[in-house]
Design a protein around this ligand. Structure first.
Ligand code: KIV
Length: 271
């Protein structure tokens, strides 16, 4: 029996049941009311209010500029739209790296002001204490390893991570640390599929991949990439289900033509 079809509200326990039962978890980003409503009604399991909003909503080159208040604005818009999906919100850069008290305060602010269900943060052993402290307040935490965009200036590229053995061993250790710290799930971004599968098999919590192959417990994509709103980002891992950039350009072009030719509005489109 599919857990997906049965469940009226997705919780962290439901995700664990999905992993235990071998059912893959679906996750997408959303940042606003209208899109979140569509994504939720389509039946997605998890909505991530990702700090990728910094790129796709605000046009920044990296995820670093987005603020805690801006994340809360996006998250509360999503919360108002969603009936079923679990809503996870990224702790933005600068809101948790200082110390575990800062991490706890930022997480409480997100939960209190947005009504979301969980937070996500990037990093391994270096954020262990923060994860444990956030959990003391009863806030579920999702981890994020592999390509961690908030550290882009440390690594200098968005290339595949953990291709070398030393890095792969460290990632495997970090995954275990995050599990022991109490994370309810883990995102693995842009790492070799074989390594991602090993991680998913060696820890009990759900592992959700992006550019991490099919051997993990679920998949996440950025909404704008998945529906082709963004035609400049073409990584190998991306499957586009629509080409909305072209469709919308065509529709807007037609609208302009109709106005210029005085076709719009016609007699039935006026009072
Ligand atoms: O911010 C984001 O959209 C993310 C996903 C890429 C996992 O962290």
């Amino acid at each position: 029996m599919s857990v997906h079809k049965e469940v009226k509200k997705v919780t962290t326990n439901v995700l664990q049941e999905m992993k235990n039962g071998g059912e893959k978890i679906s996750m997408l980003t959303a940042y606003d009311y209208t899109m979140a409503k569509i994504v939720d009604h389509a039946g997605i399991d998890v909505i991530l209010v990702g700090d990728s909003a910094s790129n796709v909503m605000a046009g920044h080159e990296t995820t670093l500029p987005i603020t805690l208040d801006q994340m809360i604005y996006h998250a509360s818009s999503v919360v108002r739209a969603v009936d079923r999906a679990l809503i996870v919100v990224d702790l933005p850069f600068g809101s948790y790296q200082g110390n575990s008290k800062e991490a706890l305060n930022s997480s409480i602010k997100i939960m209190k002001e947005s009504g979301a269900h969980a937070v996500k943060l990037e990093g391994g052993r270096e954020v262990r204490e923060s994860i444990e402290r956030i959990l003391t307040a009863g806030i579920p935490v999702m981890g994020h390893l592999g390509l961690t965009p908030q550290s882009i200036y440390k690594f200098g590229t968005y290339n595949v991570r953990a291709k070398e053995e030393v890095e792969a061993i460290k990632l495997m250790e970090d995954a275990k640390i995050l599990e022991q710290a109490g994370c309810f799930a883990l995102v693995l971004e842009k790492i070799p599929a074989k390594l991602a599968e090993q991680v998913a098999k060696s820890i009990t919590i759900p592992v959700i991949g992006i550019g991490a192959g099919g051997g993990v417990d679920g998949q996440v994509l950025v909404f704008h990439d998945m529906v082709g709103l963004n035609n400049e980002f073409n990584p190998r891992f991306l499957r586009r289900y629509l080409n909305l950039y072209d469709d919308i350009t065509g529709a807007v072009g037609q609208y302009i033509k109709d106005i210029k030719s005085k076709d719009f509005p016609n007699s039935s489109e006026q009072y």
